[in-house]
Design a protein around this ligand. Structure first.
Ligand SMILES: *Cc1c(COP(=O)(O)O)cnc(C)c1O
Length: 411
């Protein structure tokens, strides 16, 4: 079974590029995130060439995966970064990103975060509050910065077909500014002498399976900026979908890219993909701790949980579960659960899996996006190790946390 160019399940088991997962397991144990750098580069290049006709600048959304090795690799191939907090800007800068290649977004930026972004010299601030404009203008004046390039974030009042927690562009969402508010700001630009209103931004959600909502929203955006020729940069956010199921096909980005190229001639285009660059390059390894047959069900308790991978509990998200070595036997309907004291700690519901036993290792697939970045220490669980694979080589990118790490910030 071949998942993608980097992750394959051959007779002998699961491989990431040229590395046998067993080799990683022997040295690092479980739970552990593993990422293919080769796949990440390839995903980036695929998007870059799909959107070549619009010459889109691709800013990787750091909240999908903030691992420094991954940020470095993406910086090396020419990505910029989309950051939604001061901490993410710090991470991106530590990975050697140029500040000018960073866009700073977010519904609730604090004054210190805005000051940090401006003094660091980030390329853009995406704004979605009027109060924020005031902060930006006064801080830029105080530190004598160049006019700060701002893209107002439009809330196009379009509902994307995705999980409700991943939709951000409908009228009732907390995100963005409505058309009338943006018009009012544009007509009063002189009030903000230290702001350069050069762009417009939108991001209507994540895991967007059909492009209709995006194109409808884009239509509204273009109608808005028609009257403001100074707005030459359009940032269309992220949201490109990923296949999480074996049998799922997702639309290729090419059709969307074509539509965009037709409509966006003459504009400078930015994109902020996160998931579509890292999700299918990552997996989470876990060990079977116990098998319990109870109430007519088979529970497989593994040593990964909602603390390491929150998506199933948060969104009811699906991650395929694969034994990392082939196991003989008829498949059984299995509940794959973690050890955390929450009924929501169910990583795989009703999965058809071969008979698993204590000590078997499994992989939760397509876990490279919103996995480690959402991991917590809930139940005082040390966060997992992160391993990166680059062709034949692999190394521990972030070591597993220890019990001592759990106490580090307490007196
Ligand atoms: C989360 C987010 C993204 C990335 O979304 P993906 O679905 O991972 O591509 C991009 N832009 C903004 C403003 C976001 O909040």
């Amino acid at each position: 079974m071949v998942f993608n160019s980097s992750i394959r399940y051959l007779d002998e088991g699961l491989r990431v590029d040229n590395v046998d997962i067993e080799a990683i397991l022997r040295e690092v144990g479980t739970p552990t995130y593993v990422y293919s750098l080769r796949r990440i580069r390839e995903n980036f290049h695929r998007l870059k060439s799909a959107f070549a006709a619009t010459n889109a600048g691709i800013h990787f959304s750091v909240k999908a995966n903030g691992n420094l090795d991954i940020l470095r690799v993406l910086g090396d191939v020419g990505a910029g970064f989309d950051c939604v907090s001061g901490g993410e800007i710090f991470r991106a800068l530590k990975s050697c990103a140029k500040a000018a290649d960073i866009v700073f977004a977010g519904v609730g930026k604090t004054r210190p975060e805005i000051a940090y972004a401006i003094t660091s010299g980030v390329g853009w601030i995406n704004v979605e509050n009027l109060g924020e404009l005031h902060h930006i203008d006064t801080i830029a004046a105080e530190v004598d910065a160049e006019p700060v390039r701002v893209a107002l974030r439009l809330n196009p009042e379009v509902t994307a077909k995705t999980h409700p927690y991943m939709a951000t562009g409908h009228g009732a969402a907390k995100f963005g500014l409505t058309v009338d508010v943006i018009r009012a700001v544009f007509s009063r630009q002189e009030r903000y002498p230290h702001i350069d209103f050069a762009g417009i931004h939108m991001h209507i959600g994540s895991q967007l399976g059909d492009t209709d909502a995006t194109l409808t929203a884009l239509g509204k955006l273009l109608a808005l900026i028609e009257d403001y020729p100074r707005v030459k940069t359009i940032n269309l956010g992220g949201g490109l979908p990923v296949a999480y199921r074996f049998d799922e096909t997702i639309p290729r980005p090419d059709r969307l890219a074509e539509e965009l190229a037709r409509r966006l001639r003459g504009y400078n285009v930015l994109l902020e993909p996160g998931r579509s660059i890292v999700a299918d390059a990552g997996l989470l390894l876990a060990e079977v701790l116990y098998v319990k047959r109870q109430a007519g069900q088979t529970f497989v308790v593994v040593d990964a949980s909602m603390a390491e991978l929150l998506r199933p509990a948060l969104y009811g998200a699906h991650h395929e579960v694969l034994p990392i070595r082939h196991i003989e036997g008829e498949t059984v309907t299995t509940q794959v659960v973690g050890p955390v004291c929450e009924s929501a700690d169910l990583l795989g519901r009703d999965r058809q899996l071969p008979p698993l036993n204590q000590g078997d290792k499994v992989a939760l697939m397509t876990a490279g996006a919103y996995g480690m970045t959402m991991a917590s220490n809930y139940n005082a669980r040390p966060r997992p190790a992160e391993v990166v694979v680059d062709g034949d080589r692999w190394w521990v990118s972030r070591r597993r946390e220890t019990f001592d790490d759990l106490l580090r910030f307490e007196n």
